[in-house]
Design a protein around this ligand. Structure first.
Ligand SMILES: Nc1ncnc2c1ncn2[C@@H]1O[C@H](COP(=O)(O)OP(=O)(O)OC[C@H]2O[C@@H]([n+]3cccc(C(=O)O)c3)[C@H](O)[C@@H]2O)[C@@H](O)[C@H]1O
Ligand SMILES: Nc1ncnc2c1ncn2[C@@H]1O[C@H](COP(=O)(O)OP(=O)(O)OP(=O)(O)O)[C@@H](O)[C@H]1O
Ligand SMILES: [Mg+2]
Length: 246
């Protein structure tokens, strides 16, 4: 792991050189991926790294984990509670749709969830502009392959230091970086609605996705789920469809 960590830190510093940016900003959720990224950017740019707690109806235990991640790696931090912003914005959109009789109730959970991720993205870019920092994404190889992120939400970032590593490897990296134990052991969750867990929503597990990405044999049912998620999310990984005049 030491070799990987050192290589990522070198790469992060190179991103600063090439972009002319001064440092890095990341949203710290209390989950393992952002904990690892917070540690890596703190090592790469000790004086110019910022971890941001962005609660939106966030449970106290996740907030507590986020704070312990920040304290343990002693990264500069900021807390911006976006709960009221989210509540107001979503209620306003819903009111306007209801007035037209066009609100689709079935979309509420996902639309509200993706709005959380996109409000966080907006807050991070506001800070990035203020400090001349890069917004660092936390997607790992499993999330990237399955498209398990919100387009222009947590997927709206400048650089992806963990995208070549499986969730299993991110966990090993977290141990090496001495991320708090409770962050390493808790179930991965996007925390976009009550009791959401990644594995419940995806219908497969990170262990299986990682095995598949490593070329291993996995049950046919899981293979179908993973390939379906991959296909459906191709638009998130590819460039924008652009009309070109003939
Ligand atoms: N073929 C196509 N070409 C171009 N654009 C296309 C498209 N199909 C859909 N789209 C656009 O993409 C949108 C759908 O994509 P998107 O908005 O991302 O939404 P979607 O993929 O439906 O949902 C995001 C998923 O990521 C999960 N997530 C989100 C955030 C964080 C985490 C986490 O792990 O922490 C997980 C979340 O739980 C949910 O399962 C559509 O509304 C449409 O605007
Ligand atoms: N409450 C939050 N405060 C700040 N950033 C957040 C918050 N929730 C989500 N994010 C950002 O969105 C990213 C995507 O969330 P995701 O759940 O995939 O990662 P994680 O929480 O770090 O790890 P895990 O997948 O194990 O839960 C986070 O890594 C973080 O950068
Ligand atoms: Mg999470």
């Amino acid at each position: 792991m030491q070799k990987h960590v050192e290589a990522i830190i070198d790469w992060l510093r190179k991103q600063l050189e090439e972009s002319g940016a001064k440092g890095f900003v990341v949203g710290v959720s209390g989950g393992i991926d952002s904990a690892v990224v917070a540690n890596l950017i703190k090592r790469a740019a000790p004086e110019h790294s910022l971890g941001v707690l962005l609660p939106i109806y966030t449970k106290p235990e996740h907030l507590k984990d986020g704070i312990s991640v920040i304290e343990k790696c002693s990264i500069d931090s900021l807390t911006l509670d976006l709960t009221e912003t989210h509540q107001k914005m979503y209620a306003h959109i819903k009111d306007q749709l209801n007035a037209k009789g066009e609100f689709h109730e079935a979309s509420e959970q996902l639309a509200g969830a993706n709005l959380r991720a996109r409000l966080r993205m907006s807050a991070l870019y506001t800070l990035a502009t203020n400090y001349n920092y890069l917004v660092v994404g936390t997607d790992n190889a499993a999330e990237w392959y399955t498209g398990y992120f919100t387009k222009y939400g947590d997927g709206g970032v400048d650089i992806l230091p963990l995208v070549d590593f499986t969730k299993t490897e991110v966990r090993e990296m977290a141990k090496y970086l001495e991320v708090p134990e409770e962050v390493i052991t808790k179930a991965p969750s996007a925390d976009l609605w009550e009791n959401q867990t990644d594995e419940d929503e995806m219908g497969t597990t990170y262990a299986i996705i990682d095995a598949y990405l490593n070329g291993g044999d996995i049950p046919q049912k899981d293979k179908e789920i993973i390939e379906n998620l991959h296909k459906r999310s191709a638009h998130k990984r590819n460039g924008l469809p652009q009309f070109k005049r003939s």
